[in-house]
Each structure stands twice: as C-alpha cells, then as structure tokens.
Design a protein around this ligand. Structure first.
Ligand SMILES: *[C@@H]1O[C@H](CO)[C@@H](O)[C@H](O)[C@H]1NC(C)=O
Ligand SMILES: *[C@@H]1O[C@H](CO)[C@@H](O)[C@H](O)[C@H]1NC(C)=O
Length: 261
C-alpha cells in the first residue's frame, strides 16, 4: 500500500511538472520559528539576521511560493502584438518619501506573508536573504526590497514594454551600477511601464531619457541604511545574468555611471 501511494505521488508530481508551472508546491513550508536572543539567527537590528541561510526560516529555496507561485503572469506579455512604446507627452514621475534616519525594515521568515501598501514599494520589511545582483526572469519585491536597503537601484519593466526600450534602460543600468536588480513586474501601468526604485524613491517612466535615468541612479543609488554594503546575495531563483563590476568602477561601485556625462 505504501509503495502504491508513493508511486502515485511521484506520477502526480511528474504530471504537475509537465504543466509548465514551477513545481514549488513540492517545497514544504518551514516550521514556525520563534527567533529570540538565544537563537543563532537573532539580530537586534532587523529581528532576524540577514544573509544566514536557514532551512527553518529562509534558505532562499524552501517555501518560495509564499512570495511568488511561479506564475508567468508577472513576466509574460499577453498582448505581444501591441508592445508598449514611449509617449513623449507622458512626463516621468519621481516620487520620494522621507524615511526617518532610525527606520530599519525587519526580516521575516518564509512562513509569514509580507504585503505592501504601494504597488511599487520603495522600502519595507523583507526576507532575510537577498537576491544576487543581476537580471531575473522574475524576482518578487519581498526579495528586492532587501537589495534596496543595501543601496541597489532596481529596474522594473512591464512585460509588454517594447524590447528595444527595455534594452535601452537595461544598458544604462548595467553601465552605471553593479548593485542592480532587473526584473519585469506586472505592477506597472501601461502608461508608465518602466520604473527605477531606490531607497525611498521611485521614478516611473513612459520612455527612457538617459539624462534623467543617470541622474536618478547617481542621486539615489547607494542610499539606505546599509547603502555601501557590497556583499553579494544568496537568492538566485530564476537569475538570468549575474551583475558584473562596471568597467571603470569597482566592486563597491566607487564610480557611479563612469561613462556618462
Ligand atoms: C500601510 O498603511 C497602514 C494604514 O495607513 C499603516 O498602518 C501600515 O503601517 C502601512 N504598512 C506599510 C508596510 O507601510
Ligand atoms: C531629458 O531630461 C532632461 C532632464 O530632466 C530634460 O532637460 C530633457 O529635456 C529631457 N529630454 C527629452 C528628449 O525629453
């Protein structure tokens, strides 16, 4: 009987895998974990220590479906014949909030849901392990908000944006800062399908104005409570291309956008 059951389970898993969805349901949810001062994971600053993989809390592999169930709706354009193209009349919009100097986001294990008030949050509680810098098929805000706290600039684009527009912005971001994250996001509007996010600020855009983009990255990059921390992340689920040191700069992004005037 046991043998029959396990055979059945393995067939079901194979079948659900064949449906094209990420088979994240196979990952068990971690146990509820109380992290007190006696725990190796305890950190007085954030509640839970960052960057320490822990199977019971966050190992960047288990229970990821709490933040993203692998659904393609975040990264697939469902109207591919009508790519979004820039409208010169639509001005970019820069929105910043003042964050208290003693404000620190907290870390939460994968068994707790994290939601945000804004469709494009600029700060907030997040997961203990942060994504490796670079470009992703998709990475959820519960992860990239941690990079923001470490001074990253995050580039978001609506999956229907014309690929040449996406590439123009991508090339500037990659040529400006090693500590970047690039991911599509269905949270963007069709009117302003591009965004850059940094600590407390977001710039949403219809198209790419190089001057404006470079200025945002220079002004807002490397900010945040741990804005100068160069440490690489641990999470690499659906990472497409890891970030490189920008030629003319260094590991710490000592020169932001070195080849732009
Ligand atoms: C969301 O808004 C509510 C009500 O204004 C506020 O109490 C809460 O702290 C906000 N949450 C976040 C994560 O900003
Ligand atoms: C690009 O942005 C700069 C700075 O905001 C502005 O002066 C310039 O007119 C913009 N260029 C175009 C083509 O909109």
């Amino acid at each position: 009987m046991f043998w029959l059951c396990s055979l059945f389970v393995s067939i079901w898993v194979e079948f659900s895998g064949a449906l094209g969805h990420e088979d994240l349901s196979a990952h068990r949810h971690p146990r509820n974990l109380a992290v007190g001062p006696e725990s190796a994971l305890y950190d007085a600053k954030h509640g839970i220590k960052m960057g320490v993989p822990n199977g019971g809390c966050d190992d960047a592999q288990t229970g990821l479906d709490m933040d993203w169930d692998g659904s393609p709706t975040e990264y697939v354009c469902y109207y591919p014949t009508k790519p979004l193209i820039p409208n010169r009349k639509t001005k970019s919009r820069l929105e910043c909030v003042h964050l208290a100097s003693d404000y620190l986001p907290r870390h939460f294990c994968m068994n707790e849901k994290l939601t945000y008030n804004a469709s494009i949050p600029t700060h907030g509680d997040h997961r203990p392990l942060w994504p490796k810098f670079g470009e992703y098929r998709y990475v959820p805000p519960q992860r990239w908000l941690h990079n923001i706290e470490h001074g990253s600039v995050v580039m978001l684009y609506h999956p229907c944006t014309h690929h040449r527009v996406v590439d123009k912005l991508r090339q500037i971001v990659k040529g400006c800062l090693r500590k970047h994250i690039i991911t599509p996001s269905a949270a963007l509007t069709r009117k302003r399908p591009l965004a850059l996010v940094a600590w407390g600020c977001r710039l949403t855009m219809s198209g790419v104005n190089e001057t404006e983009v470079v200025q945002f990255i220079r002004d807002k990059g490397l900010k945040g409570p741990e804005g100068s921390l160069p440490k690489e992340g641990q999470y690499d689920f659906h990472l497409l291309e890891q970030a490189q040191v920008v030629p003319g700069s260094d590991e710490r992004d000592g020169h932001i956008c070195p080849h732009y005037s």
